[in-house]
Design a protein around this ligand. Sequence first.
Ligand code: NAI
Length: 481
Amino acid sequence: MDFKVADLSLADYGRTEIQLAEHEMPGLMAMRERYGDAKPLAGARIAGSLHMTIQTAVLIETLVALGAEVRWASCNIFSTQDHAAAAVVVGPEGTVDAPAGVPVFAWKGETLEEYWWCTQQILDWPGDTFANMILDDGGDATLLVHLGVEAEKKGQAPDPATATSTEQRIIFEVLQESLKVSGNRFTDIANEVKGVTEETTTGVLRLYDMMREGSLLFPAINVNDSVTKSKFDNKYGCRHSLVDGINRATDVLIGGKVAVVCGYGDVGKGSAESLRGQGARVIVTEIDPICALQAAMDGYQVTTLDDVLDVADIVITATGNKDVVSVDQMRRMKHNAILGNIGHFDNEIDMAGLESYPGVVRKNVKPQVDVWTFPGEDGAEPKSIIVLSEGRLMNLGNATGHPSFVMSNSFTNQVLAQIEIFTKTEEYPVGVYVLPKHLDEEVARLHLASLGVKLTTLSDDQASYLGVDVAGPYKSEQYRY
Ligand code: NAI
């Protein structure tokens, strides 16, 4: 088996944590029980690009239990938990000397070159074959295939010299290399792929863009917008893992501090609540009047970042947008202010501007924590800020991401979406879809018992009064939860 992880000897530790996680992931375990015999994913060759954590290990082994073959990479250079990666490679039946699990290409602290190498490893399969399903988080695997097909159509890859960022240059180089070896590698992959299931807001945005442009090459299920994904993982997951990341990175007392959360969508709502839970005085910034009003009515001060730079101790971006914090704003922050991003990509914070700021000095404190010191200007003392995970999502870079129970909701949606596209391919012409509401309700239902939740049952009379079926769905498609 080909694979590349940091250290296979961590497999035992990983396996123990996987077993503990299984207990906390009732949705995924129910999928194994329900579909383990029927194996609806037999014949699926799934290329997974999603944070290689313990929770993801339970997802991977669920896909395998349902008959799929799987190859996996992480969707972030810092988010891999090396013991999880090792355990997945070794597998429940294998040993360190004779691994018998799933090929994983992921380790914590990849370079960007390594990251894009790993992404290619999940698309190319042994025996000159390719993945026929993609499970994506942020859309990088899907993006690479689409860029590859475009280059092959033109017979020419974009010139790396024209790239506007290091990452883009690396992607262009990958495309050039690929074209040298084969003029139809990515076209063959795209022809093979039946569909993609996308995990997060940012990846979904890319898919809808491609659909609008008419460039989308295969059908996609938007897993993010299952209610049991975005209203749970994005919100309650971040409510847990945001402060976890700040604590592990800095151990600064959050109570009493002024914390700014940029963006009050699902991630921002969970992030603001977690900071308030620690006693921080939380300020929200927003561009959307509805979300701004929500934040105000939830009791947060809402203003612009510029207005509060001189009082903020902690600034967290949660927008999925770019250029939310400029280097000029970083320069104006309080001494030793903490700056982190919990959105998907590292372009929320202008890291390139920070790195090239004249006279700025970077001191690495420990992995994924850096103090950046600006030179004293106009006679002022030099001033520092603490930047988490180099501007990449800090809940996975500085901590271990969301806990198992909430990820069980997200990943049960992923499994259902994979089954849906793989087994009903003809029902999904190229386009972007969400799972039907009855499946969303089913995912929630699978998680009630372990929290001791007792549901009230509708009477027939009540159901007809509301105009719904006793067995659901209980809400219209327009309902917002
Ligand atoms: P969302 O669309 O619900 O919320 C983003 C909010 O940011 C919106 O309300 C928008 O109006 C606001 N916004 C946009 N530009 C802004 C600006 N310049 N200043 C202030 N506010 C601005 O999206 P969601 O689901 O909250 O996701 C946000 C990001 O987090 C995405 O990149 C998503 O992929 C990522 N994500 C990260 C997770 C993690 O574990 N770190 C988990 C789930 C999502």
